[in-house]
Write a protein that binds this ligand. Structure first.
Ligand code: ZN
Length: 358
């Protein structure tokens, strides 16, 4: 049965070009050059291309356009307002980012930068999830997928990091809570990296359950230990599942079965959000998932949403740096959101065991 899926995308998000300014610009300091050489040994600074690049989105959009999926409705996001951003970010931080409109500079030693179009892109990325949950709240659809950049889950309340300026998913969850009347928002971050910004923002908040599966420290960003469980009233509402490098489809399905599903039944969310990075795809870094695994995870989350919260499920793009992996994964995920059923996913024998589960 076909379901409507709202797919949010705005080409102005392509205007964020963290690599795209003149290397003679004063911001392109010796320290920045040294940092790039450290992280990307042997890279030619004249042709250096930042991995978080516009092609990530155009690959996804091209695939969805060339192989259309029945039920998809393309939507334009509304940019997040400063007040909406300030629900999860410090006022001074938001003001600082706003002041960079039209400018270029490096914000963080882990290669988070802005170009003249970045602030507009970041506000649209942060607004995409808000637009999606608002549409879902009016009954326009039950599922949405936000094709966005810059990504968000490493953005803290008061600083940028890991290619992220604003925490798109946190801004979305806060809007759902504070403006749309949702009581309990549940997040699964299945990006390969720990969503340290999301964890920090909701660490003391029992109304937002954050489950984060990721490659274990010391892998970037080095946080997300099982012992990090929340603080104060939020203790027990941050569930970290550190996993070995190399994880594949079976490991992530095990995380769903042993952690996500039981936690959801206990928490009884009224909205499900996913920080959907595709960097665990085998074409990307060191992991071994493929698009059939992401499709299966999406199916499990869709079924859970149907059972617990009238189907309300919104996925926001996080990481993933291989264009083909992004296109294949996003297309597979949207097909499932639109009602296709998958019966199996590829399981490889070398999939490391899910050591963090249970
Ligand atoms: Zn990632």
């Amino acid at each position: 049965m076909t379901a409507t899926v709202l797919v949010y995308y705005d080409m102005r998000m392509l205007g964020h070009n963290p690599h795209g300014w003149d290397p003679s610009h004063p911001a392109w300091t010796e320290a920045v050059k040294a940092m790039i050489n450290l992280q990307y040994p042997g890279s030619n600074l004249e042709t250096y291309t930042h991995p978080e690049r516009a092609e990530r989105l155009t690959a996804i959009v091209d695939r969805l356009m060339l192989e259309p999926i029945e039920g998809v409705r393309w939507m334009l996001p509304t940019a997040a307002t400063m007040a909406q951003l300030e629900r999860v970010h410090d006022k001074t931080y938001v003001a600082h980012i706003e002041s960079l409109k039209g400018d270029s500079c490096w914000l963080s030693k882990d290669t988070t930068a802005v170009s003249p179009g970045s602030v507009e892109a970041a506000c649209l990325a942060a607004g995409a999830g808000i637009s999606a949950v608002e549409a879902i709240s009016t009954g326009e659809a039950r599922r949405a997928f936000c094709v966005l950049r810059p990504p968000g889950h490493h953005a803290h309340s008061d600083h940028a990091s890991g290619f992220c300026l604003y925490n798109n998913l946190a801004v979305t969850a806060a809007h759902a809570r504070e403006s749309l009347g949702y009581q309990r928002v549940m997040i699964w971050d299945w990006d390969m990296h720990h969503g340290n910004g999301t964890q920090e923002i909701f660490y003391s908040d029992p109304s937002v359950l954050v489950i984060d599966s990721h490659c274990a420290a010391p892998f970037y960003p080095g946080s997300g230990l099982q012992s990090e469980k929340g603080a104060g009233a939020g203790i027990g509402y941050q569930l970290n599942v550190p996993l070995p490098l190399g994880i594949g489809n079976a490991a992530l399905l095990k995380v769903f079965d042993e952690v996500v599903e039981p936690a959801a039944r206990e928490f009884q969310p009224d909205l499900l959000l996913v920080s959907s990075g595709f960097d665990c795809h085998y074409l990307d870094m060191t992991c071994t998932m493929d698009e059939t695994g992401f499709a299966m995870l999406t199916q499990r989350m869709s079924d859970l949403a149907d059972e617990l919260c009238d189907g309300r499920l919104v996925l926001l793009l996080e990481g993933g740096y291989n264009a083909q992996a992004l296109a294949d994964s996003a297309h597979a995920v949207v097909e499932v959101l639109a009602g296709s059923r998958v019966n199996a996913c590829k399981v490889i024998p070398e999939d490391p065991s899910c050591s963090g589960c249970g």
